[in-house]
Design a protein around this ligand. Sequence first.
Ligand code: SF4
Ligand code: SF4
Length: 342
Amino acid sequence: MDNVTISKKDFLDFVEKKIQEGDSKVIGVVGKGSSYVFDRLESSSRLCLDYDVTILPPKKYFQPPREVLLRFITKKADSYITENANEPLTIIGIHYYDLAAISLMDRAFSEGNRDENYLKKRENSLLIGMYPTQAFKYRFAGSVVKGVQPYKAADLMLADMGDGNYTVEIVTEKGRAYLSSAVQKPFTYSLEELENAKKRIKDDQKIPVPIEMSPDFLVKNHGHPVWEVFGEKCYSCGSCVLVCPTCYCFDVLDEVDLDLKNGKRIRVWDGCMLENFATCAGGHNFRKTKAARFRHRIFRKGVNLPLKYNYYGCVGCGRCAHACTSSIAGPVKVLTYIQDNQ
Ligand code: SF4
Ligand code: SF4
């Protein structure tokens, strides 16, 4: 992987040039009140790469909250026309843990029945990642995101060197081509300085169980009282799953227009913490209790996804802990409670 150096000013000028060229929609992190969100950039002056966490992860660009999959004419089975809004997209400033989540989604949406709606959007995207420059008190990504996982999704990675420069790691040839018109300087830092810059912000939290032991630990504690104790406090609001970068469950619905002649098939976000998520034909809900839903969410992340994909299903962003009104959703809190109550 090659490294180059770009001054922050030259990087902003480069982003501005890309916005004006209009070859792709440019998305970046911008301030919203006291929080941050990914949003379309009309000017590079709005870009804010010094941020703690965004309200929602960038998955919304690949799996939108509501997406039309096809349109149809009623009573004409062969009338459907598929849809896929997939204009070229560049997303700037994705923290490394959100990239790790995208690499997990890439795997989930490409295995078995390939999801062309998701995969076309990913093919048409260029992702510029970075390492956090601001602390977030709920983050524990350093203890769960290991190895090259973020680099499976990134095209370029920025590290703030703390002296007005970014080091840019060129991960893919697509990234190299994109960056070719930027004012670049030779990379003159040592690799140790680069590694230190990546780890400049230390997490306040750490997962109490090594991730490779998480499946065994959780399976052993399938009957632990934690599920009842925490489930009792849960409002089933679904906030924890809706903000999560690794939650990708969805529902598919057919909507018929008021003229009763035309309709569309839509895909919308769904979440396993919502009361009726597991309700099936006949009204039977196979995860009726809050405790069962609470356990399922943690097992999906700590057991099911590691066994299926060899990826831990949580990237330690801390969004769920921050979003939960009841202060129970964070995996660190759940696992610590189990460990402390053996
Ligand atoms: S479970 Fe919570 S901390 Fe883990 S990735 Fe999802 S939102 Fe982030
Ligand atoms: S955010 Fe908290 S209260 Fe809401 S569903 Fe998740 S665990 Fe329950």
